[in-house]
Ligand binder design. Structure first.
Ligand code: BGC
Ligand code: CA
Ligand code: CA
Length: 227
């Protein structure tokens, strides 16, 4: 090895780890929702149990389905609680024009909770995966492999700025425990008064594919009851 080669080898040994470190981009953070242990009463009122749970925003439009000004589309803040047998979600929806005129339930003013219980992130729905929907009047619907309407309970109430939905989803598999992770996505459907869906807001993945593909759901992390 001549001196020049030796010098470059020594330089490389020192330089390359730094270069490698700089090149390694930090992994994008996985979108997560923290659910706090607690059992609310499903009556459309925001009881104490909810106050400890952090809120997430459901406010990203599905661009291809946006027929109104983005500032006018319905959005929501959502909090999630859990106990052994249920997930609970409290939706506070901002929607200036309430309508359930559309014949398709997903085109009415409504909220949707998508659940992948075993978090296998399949590109199709397995029997543990389901789409749960509640419209602003509290009417229940949903579909795909794991959906059974008897596992969904909800209460809804109009507010000055839109509506509130409180939902309880009965878990189908193993009882829930702290530390468990599940796949989830959240969606708000908005009829702006046209009798058709004019906007769709989502929490995480902004394609209209969550009803048939669980691979882009975010993660719900079950946390112990807050002190
Ligand atoms: C989607 C609709 C779909 C429906 C099926 C909704 O979440 O936005 O496009 O037809 O689910 O239930
Ligand atoms: Ca699954
Ligand atoms: Ca609306």
């Amino acid at each position: 090895m001549n001196r020049l080669t030796l010098l470059s080898a020594v330089c490389l040994a020192f330089v390359s780890p730094t270069v490698a470190q700089e090149d390694a981009k930090p992994k994008p953070q996985e979108p997560t929702i923290k659910a706090i242990q607690g059992t609310p009463e499903i009556d459309g009122k925001v009881d104490e149990a909810w106050k400890k749970a952090p809120r997430v925003n459901v406010n990203k439009p599905v661009e291809g389905l946006l027929a109104v000004d983005e500032d006018e589309m319905a959005t929501a803040t959502v909090r999630v609680l859990w106990d052994k047998d249920h997930l609970y979600a409290l939706w506070q929806v901002k929607d200036s024009n309430l309508s359930a005129d559309a014949s398709d339930s997903w085109a009415q003013d409504s909220v949707e909770f998508f659940l992948d219980e075993n978090q296998k992130r399949t590109t199709y729905y397995e029997s543990d995966d389901a789409q749960y929907r509640v419209n602003y009047k509290g009417e229940l619907s949903g579909q795909v492999a794991g959906f059974d309407e008897s596992n969904l309970k909800a209460a809804a109430r109009k507010t000055k700025t839109g509506y509130v939905v409180e939902m309880a989803i009965k878990i189908q598999g193993e009882p829930l425990t702290a530390g468990r992770k599940l796949g989830v996505e959240l969606q708000v459907n908005d009829d702006p008064g046209s009798g058709e869906r004019g906007a769709v807001a989502k929490w995480n993945h902004t394609d209209d594919d969550s009803w048939q593909d669980t691979s882009n759901f975010g993660t719900l992390v079950l946390q112990p009851a807050a002190e």
